[in-house]
Design a protein around this ligand. Structure first.
Ligand code: BV8
Ligand code: ZN
Length: 251
């Protein structure tokens, strides 16, 4: 659907909705220069995320996995939130009950100013001990090929959720609760292939929410969505906010 066709029905709903939830994926950070997972320019295109973001990969080759995360962390220091992230900060101010559920570990929503964020897959800026789970705040370097360790002797790892690992319980509960009470649910910049994250829009729709997809290309959610905007989130989201705030200014 083209932007100009944004129906009055959706605008009316956005004008009157109170409870809104958003699920974001790597696509919302693409315009900041962060490679997506499954795009052509995917992260370290010679590897698949599923081969590096796993416990086995870390057990077999912790050096390679740490190099991948330090490379991504260094990239994160060089990029900024984009208008898509900023539009969600505005959205949080407009709706009384707003929850931003993200699969991204890039910390860009927090840096943009979003507050009520549910990090389903952790955050690449944080480290923790693989064994005891204690957070670790010092700089990580891979000097002399040694893997950094915790006082307990356990190996340190990035505080992200790897494939095959359970999501943080609190995060999963909060995300499902927000999805099931939402009147309006946006899924933005995700291929909707990774579970249980991709179940959030489905849970929202099942509970009666209006489902809006904003993504560069169709996904398995497109046919379920009430509205599907296919294009760049950094253009579509600001336009939605502009239409909404113009509208709300109407005396
Ligand atoms: C779990 C953190 C319980 C690490 C990540 C078979 C069926 C169903 C499920 C499974 C299955 N086999 C295994 C599973 C479970 C598995 C899973 O879902 N696998 C998938 C691949 C099939 N899930 C898990 O393992 C999860 N845990 O289930 O625990 C359990 C326990 C034990 C045994 C079984 C089950 C844990 C998953 C978390 C993995 N960690 N990240 C890190 O980042 O290093 S996932 C990783 O993928 C990122 O978090 C990323 O966000 C996420 C999803 O990818 P997307 O965000 O959607 O990114 P993608 O590139 O795919 O798509 C981007 C989209 O944006 C594209 O559509 C593109 O068109 C669009 N786009 C691009 N540019 C723009 C744009 N849109 C708008 N504007 C633009 N400018
Ligand atoms: Zn430890």
């Amino acid at each position: 659907m083209q932007m100009m066709e944004m129906s009055d029905e959706l605008l009316r709903l956005m004008r009157t909705a109170g409870k809104v939830a958003v699920l974001t994926g790597a696509g919302i950070s693409a315009e900041s220069g962060v490679p997506t997972f499954r795009g052509k320019e995917g992260l370290w295109s010679k590897f698949r995320a599923e081969e590096l973001a796993t416990v086995e990969a870390f057990m077999n080759n912790p050096q390679l996995v740490w190099e991948w995360y330090l490379h991504r962390r260094e990239l994160m220091n060089r990029v900024e939130p984009n208008p898509g992230h900023q539009a969600l900060v505005e959205m949080e101010k407009i709706f009384d009950d707003f929850t931003l559920i993200t699969q991204n570990v890039d910390d860009l929503h927090r840096r943009a100013g979003s507050e009520n964020i549910v990090e389903l897959h952790g955050n690449i800026t944080r480290n923790k001990c693989f064994e005891c789970g204690r957070p670790y705040f010092n700089e990580i370097t891979l000097e002399g090929g040694k893997i950094p360790c915790c006082e307990c002797g356990g190996r340190l790892r990035p505080d992200v959720v790897w494939f095959g690992e359970l999501l943080p319980e609190g995060a999963l509960d909060r995300a499902f609760a927000a999805s099931q009470r939402a009147e309006l649910f946006f899924t933005v910049g995700t291929s909707a292939l990774v579970h249980p994250a991709a179940s959030m829009p489905i849970a929202a729709k099942r509970s009666g929410a209006c489902l809006v997809e904003v993504n560069l290309e169709p996904t398995p959610l497109t046919e379920l969505a009430d509205y599907a905007f296919h294009g760049k989130s950094g253009e579509i989201l600001p336009h939605l906010i502009e239409r909404l705030t113009d509208d709300r200014k109407v005396p």
